[in-house]
Design a protein around this ligand. Structure first.
Ligand code: SF4
Length: 86
């Protein structure tokens, strides 16, 4: 699974942080960043490998909770899962 945050859309509502605090946090600008395995964090496209189903669902739930649809989620093949493309 890959995900990124559109910083222009993020309003710092922190729903994502409340749902998945091990994956998202707010940076000093009050924008959501994705916590990487090495402890660094950024809003850029980040890959999570070997996610179990529960964690993948939690990340998707966090993305769906965002009021401005600022969190983009892609599958391992790069296909956008969220927001849904109609
Ligand atoms: S829920 Fe959306 S708007 Fe709120 S901090 Fe997360 S990405 Fe930003």
């Amino acid at each position: 699974m890959r995900l990124r945050v559109d910083r222009d859309l993020c309003i710092g509502a922190a729903n994502c942080v409340a749902i998945a605090p091990l994956v998202f946090k707010l940076d000093q600008e009050g924008k959501s960043v994705i916590i990487k395995k090495d402890g660094s964090a950024s809003s850029d496209l980040t890959e999570y490998v070997d996610l179990n189903e529960k964690d993948a669902e939690l990340i998707l739930e966090a993305a769906k909770s965002c009021p401005t649809l600022a969190i983009y989620v892609y599958d391992d093949d790069g296909k956008q899962i969220w927001p849904e493309i109609k």
